[in-house]
Design a binder for this molecule. Structure first.
Ligand code: FAD
Length: 388
């Protein structure tokens, strides 16, 4: 058994960390306060190959990173700014990844080069007001009319919406058929009838551009269908498997920095005549936090490795996401406590990490949904039925 990264992965990981320290760190607080990521940051990310991180070099000119190496990028970005990491994650994992696996040759040729260049940011629109944890009853419809599909409906919680150049949108092509009646479409932002709606102002991950998206008789050519008609649910689930590993990596990067912030503060803050880090209680706190980060890293790396090897990883992805997102919320809470009152004012970065971490327990399937995925694998082949 070999737990080490390859020399190339070590080298790339170092490069990711340098980019994060140089480019992301200085924008993070402002982006959080202003609820917007500077577009020049995404341009710089594109120049480094990060917007085409998972696209193959041939024929698209992507960076061709395997999925494990890509999660190292997310981890590095999230140490400085989880919003930046999530934006690049949604673009790559959820949108570019779906087009690479399920897009027609024409769609890929039309959209992927611009995505790699950072000229078309990707967004993934599954959720609706009445369909969150249960996406099997979407109200958005797609009706075939001649050589086109006509999409109507409202998608909610679309990350990257206002900066997006292409959306992967899920709609019912056969509403009576439940999950088997769902289909996925690639919808360029310039498509008539696609309107970006109101912004969600969130507790954390505040620089992610999260909006409603309206589809008013939105017509797309039939070849914008991803996979086949009725394959939307399957596409959503397979994409979310990758998504959950990416989210877990963001949780690991974010929490690792939180621990560093805790160590720094505990060394600087003096009470009772010495640094508070001298107190065994706080040493124990930090030891627990560092251990939890390491455990989450192990689960996440294993799931990412399985994904990169093309092996089944649904169970490991759900476990990594469940554990790592919960860990990040716990760890940031404890480190905020180490900061005392200073953790509760906006001047110290720990409050941003605490707010950002909380969102990771909700996105891409809540913790309760991850438990259902895990339990259904545990009970497979028994007389117990695990149903959401
Ligand atoms: C920051 C952020 C970014 C997001 N970005 C996107 C995006 O880009 N694209 C997109 O499509 N969506 C996105 N979402 C939406 C996200 O996927 C949903 O919020 C999530 O799936 C939960 O759905 P819901 O909010 O409707 O909650 P609900 O499904 O209404 O759940 C409410 C509560 O009930 C629990 N619950 C529901 N069903 C069960 C069950 N069967 N058993 C036990 N408990 C259950 C849930 O765990 C939760 O605690 C984003 C959300 C957030 C917060």
């Amino acid at each position: 058994m070999d737990f080490s990264l390859t020399p190339e992965q070590e080298m790339l990981s170092q490069m990711f960390r340098e980019f994060a320290a140089k480019e992301v760190a200085r924008t993070a607080d402002k982006a959080d306060k202003e609820e917007t990521l500077p577009l020049r940051l995404l341009k710089r990310a594109a120049a480094q190959g990060f917007m085409g991180a998972i696209a193959p070099e041939e024929p698209f000119g992507g960076a061709g990173l395997d999925f494990l190496t890509f999660t190292l990028l997310l981890e590095a970005l999230a140490t400085e700014c989880a919003s930046t990491a999530l934006t690049i994650h949604v673009h790559n994992t959820l949108t570019l990844g779906t087009l690479l696996r399920r897009g027609s040759a024409a769609i890929q040729a039309n959209l992927i080069p611009a995505m790699i260049a950072g000229e078309r940011i990707g967004a993934f629109a599954l959720t609706e007001a009445g369909a969150g944890s249960d996406p099997t009853h979407l109200r958005t419809t797609a009706v075939r009319v001649g050589s086109e599909y006509v999409l109507d409906g409202v998608k909610t919680w679309v990350s990257n919406a206002a900066i997006a150049g292409v959306f992967v949108i899920f709609a019912a092509t056969n509403p009576a058929a439940g999950p088997r009646g769902l289909s996925a479409f690639a919808v360029p932002v310039e498509t008539a009838g696609l309107v970006i709606g109101g912004r969600e102002h969130t507790l954390g991950l505040s620089a992610v551009s999260i909006h409603r998206v309206y589809l008013n008789e939105c017509r797309v050519p039939a070849d914008h269908l991803l996979g086949g008609e009725g394959e939307g649910y399957k596409i959503a689930l397979e994409t979310l498997d990758y998504g959950r590993v990416g989210t877990a990596a963001i949780a690991v990067g974010l929490a690792r920095r939180a621990v560093e912030l805790g160590i720094k503060f505990a060394g600087e803050r003096v009470q009772f005549g010495g640094p508070i880090g001298n107190k065994q209680a706080l040493q124990g706190y930090l030891a627990d936090c560092a251990t939890e980060v390491a455990a989450a890293e192990g689960l996440t790396r294993r799931a990412a490795w399985l994904a990169a090897q093309g092996q089944p990883f649904t169970q490991q992805a759900a476990m990594a996401k469940l554990f790592a997102s919960r860990m990040a919320a716990n760890v940031t809470n404890k480190i905020l406590q180490i900061h005392g009152g200073y953790g509760y004012i906006m001047d110290y970065p720990i409050q941003r990490y605490y707010r950002d971490a909380r969102g990771l327990e909700i996105i891409e399937g809540t913790s309760q949904i991850q438990q259902i995925v895990i339990a259904s694998n545990l009970f497979a082949g028994t007389n117990v039925k695990v149903r959401p």
